[in-house]
Ligand binder design. Structure first.
Ligand SMILES: *Cc1c(COP(=O)(O)O)cnc(C)c1O
Length: 403
């Protein structure tokens, strides 16, 4: 198979020009974005009021089947407010997977609470339900009507599962334990938007869920987020907190210290257009994943990404494991980079992060191994067959060389 880069574009010296760069993940903008944004510009409704904000909230809530939605300036803000409205108090603890983007963990600290890191399961890289329950059952004790962490003495108030990479986390056992111990469940559904856990949609499993529409997500508003819940009281509290806790808009009287976390009409206009394409993008991501898995499944030392039984993954970020470990995955990253192909390892597990050095220790060995082995491959919705072929060939060439 040959490379489909612009090889014919030779420079004066006859040296082939570098091949076209293949980014990890690019936004896909080919729907009604221009039309809707133009409507904002033409009417002057560009800021935090306007019909697209309400429409984006309503349509996202409808897509997921949630009663209420509150758009926010980004996903981290949605998480922060979700932690606040769900009744987590300063000095409480919230259980969260160590292997995830730091935003979810930070949102717990913003509220003055503390993360308890749990390990991942090795198959789909999600929060390990058994280890989560093990901590709740054995690492905690029920005392004066609440669950307390035996080692810190703090009250455990919630669980914040994060669906990562486009897979649903296995939450049924966790939801059952949450019920037993009266814990709130705050779902970070950002990377799981469009995924199904059995017949249920990711983002509808917990008491409140959060989304991000940053540029690298399945659908984007440039920057943006949303909080979704069936709890009317929490939704109106979230709306209040995200708009500076304003009690009287004429006299500017504020009931408490709020935040300016609103999403603009311009961004919401983008969101409405993107949402119309969501299912199509999921289908494209799944096709990209099927092609990678077919081509890389038989390659020695490479473990392709699979889908949990009975579930729908979106494969938002297609990620392989390199069995050799950290040296191998980072060497493959360099090899692909040298060929103009962008890849990325998973996040440093948060229990090892300098940002969280003051707490712990936590036993998250699987998270550490996954961080060593994993590498995400280019998987933009707009990835062409030729580009994907180039990535696959480059991985195969690396493996052949390494023998
Ligand atoms: C991107 C992301 C966030 C943060 O969203 P922002 O909009 O960038 O603040 C939170 N959680 C997960 C899982 C993410 O991937």
């Amino acid at each position: 198979m040959t490379c489909i880069g612009p090889v014919s574009m030779r420079s004066e010296t006859g040296v082939p020009a570098p091949r076209q760069f293949i980014p990890l993940s690019e936004p896909e903008i080919r729907g009604n974005e221009w039309e809707y944004v133009k409507e904002c510009l033409d009417t002057g409704w560009v800021s935090s009021a306007g019909s697209f904000v309400e429409r984006f909230e309503r349509q996202t809530a409808e897509y997921l089947g949630a009663r209420h939605a509150v758009a926010t300036v980004n996903g981290t803000a949605a998480l922060h407010v979700a932690v606040l409205v769900s009744g987590v108090s300063p000095d409480d603890e919230v259980v969260v997977p160590s292997l995830t983007f730091i935003a979810a963990v930070n949102s717990i600290r913003y509220a003055g609470a503390w993360p308890v890191f749990v390990d991942s399961e090795p198959s789909y890289f999600q929060m390990d339900p058994e280890k989560t329950i093990d901590f709740l059952d054995k690492g905690c004790r029920w005392h004066e009507g609440a669950l307390h962490n035996k080692s810190t003495g703090r009250r455990v108030r919630g669980i914040l599962p994060v669906h990562i990479l486009g897979h649903p986390a296995d939450l049924d056992p966790v939801l059952e334990a949450a019920k037993k111990y009266d814990l709130v469940v705050i779902e970070d559904a950002t990377e799981g938007l469009g995924a199904h856990y059995g017949k249920r949609k990711v983002g509808r499993l917990g008491d409140v869920s959060c989304l991000s529409f940053n540029g690298n997500k399945l659908i984007t508003t440039g920057g943006g987020g949303m909080l979704l819940t069936d709890n009317e009281e929490w939704a109106s509290k979230a709306r209040y907190l995200t708009t500076q806790a304003k009690d009287d808009p004429v006299e500017s009287i504020h009931g408490e210290v709020g935040f300016n976390y609103r999403l603009t009409n311009l961004q919401s206009a983008l969101g409405c257009a993107q949402l119309e394409c969501l299912e199509e993008y999921v289908a494209k991501k799944r096709a990209i994943a099927a092609c990678y898995s077919d081509s890389l499944g038989a390659v020695e030392g490479i473990v392709p990404m699979s889908e949990p039984d009975g579930c729908r993954s979106t494969f938002w970020m297609y990620t392989i494991l390199v069995e050799e470990g950290r040296a191998g995955s980072r060497a493959l990253m360099k090899h692909l980079h040298d060929g103009g192909i962008q890849t990325r390892p998973l996040w440093q597990p948060n229990h090892l992060s300098p940002a969280y050095a003051e707490i712990g220790p936590f036993a998250c060995g699987t998270a550490e191994r996954l961080n060593d082995m994993a590498l995400s491959l280019p998987c933009s919705v707009g990835l062409s067959a030729e580009q994907q072929e180039r990535v696959i060939e480059s991985v195969i060439a690396f493996v052949a060389d390494r023998k």
